[in-house]
Design a protein around this ligand. Structure first.
Ligand SMILES: C[S@@+](CC[C@H](N)C(=O)[O-])C[C@H]1O[C@@H](n2cnc3c(N)ncnc32)[C@H](O)[C@@H]1O
Length: 277
């Protein structure tokens, strides 16, 4: 079978063209940027071991496994993060939260202390540290597997972030931060979209009957870890912005607002803990 025939075979099985090219490059041990090479060599024959690798990858993809797990990495805010089934695949939606957190930096004198709650692959914490190297960045997760992935990403990228295990704010007892950013689980148990996310850790996805259990907990306790005037910024579901803003106001946050993702949907909400209370 030639490369051209292999691509046609994969597309015939329902894969789109880009996915088919990516799987073929992976099976060949080539980088994702080598699509031009594929076109220039589409008459080359596939050997038996490459064909076996391609079949195995195509089966995993057909079973719904994200391309990022097959590749082993995902781009996020200009960083290449290694990912596996222990962590959520970082989404481009979350870049809105990172941009918002970075925009808050001007509000504080001296080194800004930042906390990323539920760091997964380390995406938010590492992106902020890469953009603001002088910041003191901390990140937590309840999953040891996730912390292992995040620490390895930090080491590979040479970014100094403190990773701590534990349940939300309880992981940083007695510490105070200027910015807390979090992309917690926010999908309702039983939501139909979970079926398409079956390869990602359920502990990274669901949060109670309405999806707001973890956000409610974080909003209620964040003030214990915020400096006066500090900000809590949260990612949430596409239809949760009004509910999250209401939770923030009810907990005593001021300047409560939301930020839209690239599709114009309010996907992050946050507020400032008062200077005096
Ligand atoms: C939606 S994922 C976000 C991962 C990463 N921040 C990102 O944006 O790609 C939520 C993360 O919260 C973590 N998590 C879930 N429950 C937690 C808890 N009680 N305390 C701390 N982290 C928790 C999960 O392990 C998971 O890594």
């Amino acid at each position: 079978m030639t490369l051209r025939e292999a691509l046609a075979h994969l597309q015939g099985k329902g894969l789109d063209r880009i996915d088919a090219q990516m799987l073929l490059l992976l099976a060949l041990g080539r980088g994702a940027h080598e699509r031009a090479w594929l076109m220039a060599h589409d008459g080359d024959a596939l050997d038996a071991s490459t064909t076996a690798r391609l079949d195995a990858l195509a089966q995993r993809r057909a079973d719904g496994e994200p391309m990022a797990y097959l590749r082993g990495d995902q781009e996020f805010f200009g960083l290449t993060l290694q990912v596996d089934a222990r962590v959520l695949v970082p989404r481009s939606d979350t870049e809105t939260l990172v941009s918002w957190a970075i925009a808050r930096f001007d509000h504080f004198p001296g080194p800004t202390r930042v906390l990323d709650l539920g760091t997964g692959s380390g995406a938010i914490a590492l992106a902020i540290k890469a953009q603001r190297p002088a910041a003191c960045v901390f990140a937590t997760d309840a999953s040891d597997g996730a912390l292992c992935v995040a620490r390895r990403n930090a080491g590979r990228l040479g970014l100094a972030v403190d990773f701590l295990p534990g349940h939300w704010i309880a992981a940083v007892p007695g510490q105070r931060f200027h910015i807390i950013a979090s992309n917690p689980p926010y999908i309702a148990e039983g939501d139909i979209h979970l079926a398409a996310l079956g390869h990602e850790p359920v502990s990274a996805l669901t949060a109670g009957a309405d999806g707001l259990d973890d956000i409610r907990h974080i909003v209620a306790h964040a003030h214990e870890a915020l400096h006066p005037g500090g900000w809590l910024l949260l990612e949430h579901g596409h239809d949760q912005a009004p509910a999250v803003r209401e939770l923030l106001r009810a907990a005593g946050f001021e300047q409560v607002d939301s930020r839209a993702d690239l599709a114009g949907i309010a996907r992050c909400s946050g507020g400032q803990w008062p200077q005096r209370r």
